[in-house]
Design a protein around this ligand. Structure first.
Ligand SMILES: N[C@@H](CCC(=O)N[C@@H](CS)C(=O)NCC(=O)O)C(=O)O
Length: 209
């Protein structure tokens, strides 16, 4: 088994943290996103969506998309549980994980990809070329700030994003907060609940992955 990875990129980091939480060690292969290795013919054979992470199983099956990979790992290595035990918890964790991705990670990605040099013809992840739209970057910045403010509210109501224990949803939200630093957005000083949670999740050993 091996993980196609790119050390600085946020989405592969979500999988590395998940793997660390499970106490597993999976060798990684670095994909050079800067030089567009993800668009090479060789990598398209591994993942036609042209993105990382990708988990290649020992039988050659390739699973991409963070959720696909992490759900596979959770099923193969159930403990410690990160996607919920009973039906209610599974539903809540999936809900908050998807919320963190669509309202957080995607907002930061819009802010970053629609301004960053080197992405002028590549504002959307994937095999096709899309131009940058500066207004989308501005909207992404506002949405990122709103995401932090909403997280601060939710985390005043409970210890972790999906309930009283750490889950896959916290990994997505924490990596999003770190990704926001790429567009120079930090947790505002007055967001005490968000700061309390961020310090707790960031001090877990897995956060170094
Ligand atoms: N929805 C995908 C997102 C993956 C993604 O956005 N990966 C980025 C790195 S963080 C990527 O591979 N980018 C390639 C590119 O920019 O061409 C997932 O869940 O895995």
């Amino acid at each position: 088994m091996k993980l196609y990875d790119c050390q600085p990129a946020p989405n592969p980091r979500r999988v590395r943290i998940f793997i660390a939480e499970k106490g597993l060690e999976i060798p990684t292969v670095q994909v050079d996103l800067i030089n567009r290795e993800q668009h090479s013919e060789a990598f398209r054979q591994i993942n036609p969506f042209c993105d990382v992470p990708v988990l290649e199983l020992d039988d050659g099956t390739c699973i991409s998309q963070v959720n696909g990979i992490c759900r596979y790992i959770e099923a193969a290595h159930p403990e410690p549980n990160l996607y919920g035990t009973d039906a209610k918890e599974q539903g809540l964790i999936a809900m908050w994980d998807n919320y963190a991705f669509t309202q957080g990670m995607s907002a930061v990605a819009d802010a970053f990809r629609n301004t960053a040099k080197g992405f002028s013809d590549h504002a959307v992840v994937g095999p096709r070329s899309y131009a940058q739209i500066p207004a989308l970057a501005e909207r992404g910045r506002s949405r990122t700030q709103d995401f932090m403010s909403d997280l601060n509210k939710y985390l005043g109501e409970r210890e972790y994003l999906a309930g009283e224990r750490f889950s896959a949803a916290d990994i997505t939200a924490m990596v999003t907060i770190d990704f926001a630093k790429w567009v120079k957005i930090e947790i505002p000083e007055e967001h005490n609940n968000l700061k309390r949670w961020y310090e707790a999740v960031s001090s877990r050993p897995s956060a170094k992955a």
